[in-house]
Design a protein around this ligand. Structure first.
Ligand code: CA
Length: 683
């Protein structure tokens, strides 16, 4: 047994021998409940003994009974309890020999060392595979999942989705959606707010789900909604807020979003009600998942069950690719398996339609491709996308990581396109830096030239194009085509991170009237909504969402800011109707013309023709797909531009504009600082 010598635990856990000897492939880890019996299985090849503790409640001194578990093949401990345990709570007491806590001055250090000292160490932990938990996720709960299904959940049907290119994603935090008085919703801060209909703002206009239907988005992307650590679920009336990027129990919904966090079955049922209701409304549901780190590596259930196995380490320090103090080890068999099992569970049990991976580069490409294969077995229309970057340095070799630069190694997984994000409105890192729509065009010819090439690149869905000039002479930092198809590119200008789009404009457009900001915003939306790839926007971008902090400052990282900063102000539906109408028109346009939804890099190359010689600040291109023929112009100069269009077969018709452009036969006078889209109605 190689396990007997754990002195070189890091090397051992990374070794193929360990994987061969101990990697467990069964799908029955955790608690398998039936009325007659419950079977508990937990993987810990390093443990010498594990005891199952059954409790009456999710917290407090109410132990009912304990059961020693038996160690079997692959280091899986197991016990069967022959009674109906539904509604009871449970933990494992994991005993490991020759383990000691390292004296740690730095919380970033590894907690444990395996040392031949003859001592034993026991941790009481929550089952990492727990499907239900009590308040604050302190204990697992035994539930009958069949009883958590709302009526009709078995016949729940996903709204139709033919291609990822047809998606329009709306990113929202569960609490932000409903907290404001102007939401008109009853279930404030809860999953159930997504089941409410007929809700209105103070002007009698639709809010909530009715509003989303009118807006036309196809997917709601929820910020982390699994059980996270930093909101005290026992104090629902205390104002508390967190984005939720601090995972605690991955296979369980967050308790503070349920109407009763003490009874573990309530949050499960209400999450399912939300999904079911959104599906009925024609909207799919994406979960933001954060498998790259846990809230704490020090006392997480992973660390207590198999110390030092689930996390990557550099000597006695936690590797920190997450920037949050630790990172998980998807490249080790049993965390890779865990990640896949967990995502598959959400897809099957909760009917979740997509997964957005936080800091996806912390995960290895092999594991992510295996996940894609497993989801394909369930439903190929379930999307995976993520951030193709890390939050800090990692021991994972660059070539193995899901970096954007390695996107072609995970061809069926999409990534956030920070190239389009930054070229449209300037870097997210610097408040002063602007982009195409907000002032960067006022600089030198050389810079404008480079920017215009980046703009061309931006609309190719990161696939590149022979008319896009991305040469080293211009700038070594120019983007390189990184996507294998436009469906790998998530096109956006704002997300929960960084300034809202409106606030970025407030910081970069200082001496211009509001009308100018409005035009910049419309043009920004028009660029990414019509670009090849998958459009994505932060909830409220379409109504000028802002997070002001006073004195001309705006909150760029509102992860724990109060509701007053984060909540969506639904009265802005009224105040910014003109902007909202622009977004609605763009979404309608995308749905009407398939030319905006190309699915291969070859289509992008063959069917887009950029128009040369129109002036330095003008980007225009023709788009063709099947019978469709479109002409798209972004005029970034202040002056109107006259363009001779190719001869239309039945004549050109204006289908979208943000300015006052005019078309007469085949002459287009394109208004200054605007977007104009024409369709040859000969189709
Ligand atoms: Ca929680």
């Amino acid at each position: 047994m190689i396990i007997e010598n754990l002195n070189n635990w890091s090397q051992l856990f990374n070794s193929k021998e360990f994987e061969k000897e101990y990697a467990y492939t069964g799908d029955d880890l955790g608690c398998t409940y039936s009325k007659d019996k419950s079977i508990f299985k937990v993987w810990s090849p390093v443990a010498s003994a594990i005891i199952l503790n059954i409790y009456e409640d999710g917290t407090g001194d109410n132990l009912i009974e304990t059961f020693p578990m038996e160690k079997g093949a692959k280091g899986v401990f197991e016990v069967t309890v022959n009674k109906d345990l539904v509604g009871k709570f449970y933990t494992y007491s994991v005993t490991i020999d020759n383990l000691e806590e390292v004296d740690r001055e730095n919380p970033d250090n590894v907690r444990y060392a395996y040392v031949e000292n003859g001592k034993t160490f026991t941790n009481e932990v929550v089952d990492v595979y727990a499907k239900a938990v009590g308040v604050n996720g302190e204990r697992g709960m035994i539930v009958d999942l069949a009883n958590t299904n709302p009526v009709g959940f078995d016949s729940d049907v996903k709204p139709e989705l033919k291609s990822f290119a047809d998606m329009v994603i709306y990113e929202v935090h569960v609490r932000d959606f409903s907290m404001a008085k102007s939401s008109g919703m009853k279930n404030k801060g809860k999953f159930l707010a997504f089941t409410e209909h007929g809700t209105k703002n103070e002007y009698g206009e639709s809010t909530g789900v009715d509003y989303l239907k009118e807006l036309g988005v196809t997917h709601v992307h929820l910020l982390p909604s699994y059980d996270y650590a930093t909101v005290d679920e026992a104090k629902p009336d205390m104002p508390q807020f967190n984005w939720g990027y601090d995972p605690k129990n991955y296979n369980v919904p967050e308790g503070s979003y349920s109407t009763n966090p003490f009874d573990g079955s309530v949050r499960i049922k209400e999450f399912k009600q939300m999904v079911q209701s959104l599906h009925k409304d024609g909207i799919r549901v994406i979960m933001d998942v954060v498998y790259n780190h846990t809230y704490s590596a020090y006392d997480s259930c992973f660390a207590g069950t198999v110390p030092n196995y689930y996390y990557r380490t550099d000597g006695m320090i936690n590797s920190n690719g997450s920037g949050c103090g630790n990172e998980t080890a998807s490249d080790r068999a049993m965390f890779g398996k865990y990640l896949i099992d967990s995502v598959v569970y959400w897809a099957k049990e909760y009917h979740v339609d997509g997964f957005r991976f936080d800091l996806m580069a912390v995960h290895d490409t092999d594991t992510m491709n295996r996940l894609r294969e497993e989801l394909d077995k369930i439903d190929k229309s379930i999307i995976i996308y993520g951030e193709g970057w890390m939050g800090g340095p990692s021991v994972l070799p660059f070539e193995k990581a899901c970096f954007k630069q390695n996107a072609k190694k995970v061809p069926h997984i999409a990534m956030f396109n920070d190239d389009i994000r930054d070229v449209i409105k300037g870097s997210v890192m610097d408040p002063e830096v602007a982009g195409f729509v907000n002032g960067e065009l006022d600089t030198s010819d050389e810079k404008v030239d480079m920017l215009m090439n980046k703009m061309r690149f931006a609309v190719t869905g990161a696939c590149g194009h022979s008319q896009v000039k991305l040469t080293d002479e211009m700038n070594g930092l120019l983007p390189r085509p990184w996507a294998s198809s436009p469906m790998q590119s998530i096109n956006y200008v704002s997300a929960h991170d960084n300034w809202t789009l409106w606030d970025k404009f407030m910081l970069t457009i200082k001496d211009k009237p509001v009308d100018f900001v409005m035009r910049a915003n419309k043009m920004a939306a028009a660029i990414y909504m019509t670009a090849q790839g998958i459009p994505f926007f932060q909830a409220g971008e379409e109504i000028g969402r802002s997070k002001p902090m006073g004195d001309g400052e705006y909150d760029e990282n509102s992860y724990k800011s109060p509701d007053s900063v984060n909540q969506i102000d639904w009265n802005k539906v009224h105040h910014n109707k003109e902007l909202l109408d622009c977004y609605k028109a763009l979404i309608r346009l995308r749905k009407e013309y398939k030319a905006f939804c190309m699915t291969t890099a070859k289509e992008v190359e063959d069917n887009i023709t950029f128009i040369e010689g129109l002036g330095q600040k003008v980007m225009a291109y023709e788009l063709k797909k099947d019978e469709e023929h479109l002409y798209v112009v972004f005029n970034g100069s202040e002056d109107a531009v006259e363009i001779t269009l190719p001869q239309g077969t039945k004549g050109w018709k204006m289908v979208f504009e943000t300015g006052e452009s005019k078309v007469n036969d085949n002459v287009l006078v394109c208004d200054g600082f605007s977007c104009t889209i024409l369709s040859d109605e000969g189709r």
